[in-house]
Design a protein around this ligand. Structure first.
Ligand code: NAD
Length: 498
C-alpha cells in the first residue's frame, strides 16, 4: 500500500518515526494509503532545511517571487482535473465542489502575484531637519501552517501563498485525513520555479503540531480547525513567543425575514446547509425564519428539497453531496441527531437510515432537517459539521438577531430580506466576522480578508487580503539623517521634531 511521507527540501522523503495513519476513501470506507506521522526530530530537520532556503528566497526580489505564482496558477489550471480527483477521493466531496476548493486557493495565489505592490513600505521625506523616515515589511522568516481536512487545497494555499510571496519559507502540516493534495501542491510549486526547501510539507498529528509551536526558528503559526485545538495552538504558539492566528469552528445562522423571496432563501439554505455534506466552516446550520407564517412556508419548501437531495460518491456527476469524511464523523453526527430528537426538536427529515447502494461501507447519510429547535438544546449549541439544518423560529427581527449575537461562535451569518433598512441594521449590529445580505455563504474574495469573531478566531489578523501580508511580515522603521544634517555635540534630551 502506498505510504505518503513528507516533502522536504524539494523532494519526497519517507517517514522515519515508525508511526503512521490510514487514509480512507470515504465513499468506499476502504483504506487506500497510509500517511507518515512526523516525529519531533523530523520537524526539526524540516525547519533546519527551510531556514537554509529562506535566506536566499527572502533576498529574491519581489517580482521574481511573483513570477513563481504566475506559473503556479497556470499549473493549477492545467492540473485541475487531477487535483479535484485526488481531493474528492480522500475527502468525499463532489468533483465540482473539489474544483471550487482548488479555485478558491488559486485566487489567493493570483492575489499574491501583486506582491511587489502589496509588500511596499512607506516613506516620509523630511520628517525632521535632514531626516527621512521609512518602513519596510520584512518576512517573519519561517512560517508554519496547520490545516483541517475540509478544504485540503484552499486552506493550505491561503496560508503558504502569502507567506512565501512575502519571502518566508514555510512548513505545512496538513490534515492527516486527506494529505495527497497538499503534497501535490508542493510538487507543483517546485515545477513553478520555487527553490527547494522554501515550501515543505510534514505530515503528522499532535506531536508535529506541538513541535511546530515550540520550534525557536518558526516566527509565525497559522491554524485552521476546530475551536478547542485553535485555542490550544494559539496558547502554545504565543507562549513560545510566536505570532499566531488560529481559526476555529462555527454555527452560522441565516435570518429569513417575512419580506424575503422565500423560494430563493430555501434554495440558498439547501446549498449552504448540505453542500459538501455540511462540512464547511461557512455552512449555514441554523435557519431563523421570522414570524410563524414565514416559518411554516419555509419548512414546507425545505422539506421536499431535503428529501430529494441526491447523495452519492464523487464519481456520480449528479450528486449534490458525498459521504462525510470518516466513520467517527458519521457516528458523531448521527449521535447528535439522536440527541436532538431526545431534546424534543422535531425531526422533519431523517437521513440517519440512508445507505448508498453499492457503497454500503461508505460514510453516507441523508440530509436531516430539524424544526422547532430552541437555544437551550445541545444541537443548537454544538457545531454538528454534517448535513443537518436546524430551524429556530423567531417571533420578531429583534428575537432573531439576538440568536447569532448570543451564540459563542461568530464566523459567518446571513440575512434574507428585500428591506434595505433591516439589512443595514443587521450588518452594522451583528457581532460576527462575515456577513451575507441575500448571500448564504459570504466567504470574502482573495483581496478581502477572511476571519470570524468570538470563539471562531483567535489572534487579530485575518487570512488572505492585506491582513495576510501584515501577518507574514514584520515592520521595520528606519530613521535616517546624513552627516550634512547632523548638529555638532551630543544631544541628551529625547529627540523631538519641534
Ligand atoms: P481539527 O481541529 O480536528 O484538526 C485541524 C488540525 O489540527 C489538523 O491538522 C490536525 O492534525 C490537528 N490536530 C488535531 N488534533 C490535535 C491536537 N489534539 N493537538 C494538536 N493538533 C491537533 O479539525 P478538522 O476536523 O480537521 O476540521 C474541521 C473543523 O475546522 C471544524 O470545526 C470547522 O469549523 C473548522 N474550520 C474552520 C475554518 C475557519 O476558517 N474558521 C475553516 C475550515 C474549517
Amino acid at each position: 500500500m502506498a505510504e505518503i511521507g513528507h516533502f522536504i527540501g524539494g523532494q519526497h522523503v519517507a517517514g522515519t518515526s515508525g508511526r503512521s495513519a490510514d487514509v480512507y476513501n470515504p465513499a468506499t470506507g476502504e483504506v487506500e494509503k497510509t500517511v507518515a506521522l512526523a516525529s519531533v526530530e523530523e520537524i526539526r530537520a524540516a525547519v533546519a532545511n527551510a531556514k537554509e532556503a529562506q535566506a536566499a528566497w527572502g533576498a529574491t526580489n519581489p517580482q521574481r517571487r511573483a513570477r513563481v505564482f504566475f506559473k503556479f496558477v497556470d499549473l493549477l489550471n492545467q492540473n485541475m482535473d487531477e487535483l479535484a480527483e485526488l481531493l474528492s477521493r480522500e475527502h468525499g466531496k463532489t468533483l465540482d465542489d473539489a474544483k471550487g476548493d482548488v479555485i478558491r486557493g488559486l485566487e489567493v495565489c493570483e492575489f499574491v502575484c501583486g506582491i511587489p505592490h502589496l509588500q511596499k513600505g512607506e516613506f516620509t521625506e523630511g520628517a525632521g531637519p535632514g531626516i527621512d523616515m521609512f518602513s519596510m515589511r520584512q518576512p517573519v522568516g519561517i512560517g508554519a501552517g496547520i490545516t483541517p481536512f475540509n478544504f485540503p487545497a484552499m486552506i493550505p494555499m491561503w496560508m503558504f501563498a502569502p507567506a512565501i510571496a512575502c519571502g518566508n519559507a514555510f512548513i505545512l502540516k496538513p490534515s492527516e485525513r486527506d494529505p495527497s493534495v497538499p503534497m501535490r501542491l508542493a510538487e507543483l510549486m517546485i515545477e513553478a520555479g520555487l527553490p527547494a526547501g522554501v515550501l515543505n510539507v510534514v505530515n503528522g498529528d499532535k506531536v508535529a503540531v506541538d513541535a511546530l509551536c515550540d520550534d525557536p526558528d518558526i516566527g509565525a503559526v497559522s491554524f485552521v480547525g476546530s475551536t478547542p485545538i485553535a485555542q490550544y495552538v494559539y496558547a502554545q504558539a504565543t507562549a513560545h513567543g510566536k505570532r499566531a492566528q488560529t481559526f476555529g469552528g462555527a454555527k452560522n445562522h441565516m435570518i429569513i425575514m417575512p419580506d424575503a423571496d422565500l423560494e430563493q432563501a430555501a434554495d440558498a439554505l439547501i446549498g449552504a446547509g448540505y453542500g459538501s455534506a455540511g462540512e464547511r466552516c461557512m455552512a449555514i446550520s441554523v435557519a431563523v425564519p421570522v414570524g410563524e407564517e414565514t416559518a411554516n412556508r419555509l419548512v414546507d419548501m425545505l422539506t421536499p428539497r431535503v428529501e430529494s437531495l441526491r447523495v452519492g460518491p464523487y464519481t456520480d456527476e449528479k450528486a449534490d453531496m458525498g459521504p462525510v469524511v470518516t466513520k467517527e464523523a458519521l457516528t458523531r453526527i448521527k449521535g447528535l441527531v439522536d440527541r436532538g430528537v431526545e431534546e424534543g426538536a422535531e425531526l422533519v427529515v431523517d437521513g440517519r437510515g440512508f445507505t448508498m447502494q453499492g457503497y454500503e461501507n461508505g460514510n453516507f447519510m441523508g440530509g436531516c432537517l430539524f424544526d422547532k429547535v430552541t437555544p437551550d438544546m445541545d444541537i443548537y449549541k454544538t457545531e454538528i459539521f454534517g448535513p443537518v439544518l436546524s430551524v429556530v423560529r423567531a417571533k420578531t427581527y429583534e428575537e432573531a438577531i439576538d440568536l447569532p449575537m448570543k451564540h459563542s461562535y461568530g464566523n459567518g451569518t446571513a440575512i434574507y430580506t428585500r428591506d434595505g433598512d433591516t439589512a443595514r441594521d443587521f450588518a452594522s449590529r451583528i457581532n460576527i466576522g462575515m456577513v451575507g445580505i441575500n448571500v448564504p455563504i459570504p466567504v470574502p474574495l482573495a483581496y478581502h480578508s477572511f476571519g470570524g469573531w468570538k470563539s471562531s478566531s483567535f489572534g487579530d489578523l485575518n487570512q488572505h487580503g492585506t491582513d495576510s501580508i501584515k501577518f507574514w511580515t514584520r515592520t521595520k522603521t528606519i530613521t535616517a539623517r546624513w552627516p550634512s544634517g547632523i548638529k555638532e555635540g551630543a544631544e541628551f534630551s529625547i529627540p523631538t521634531m519641534k
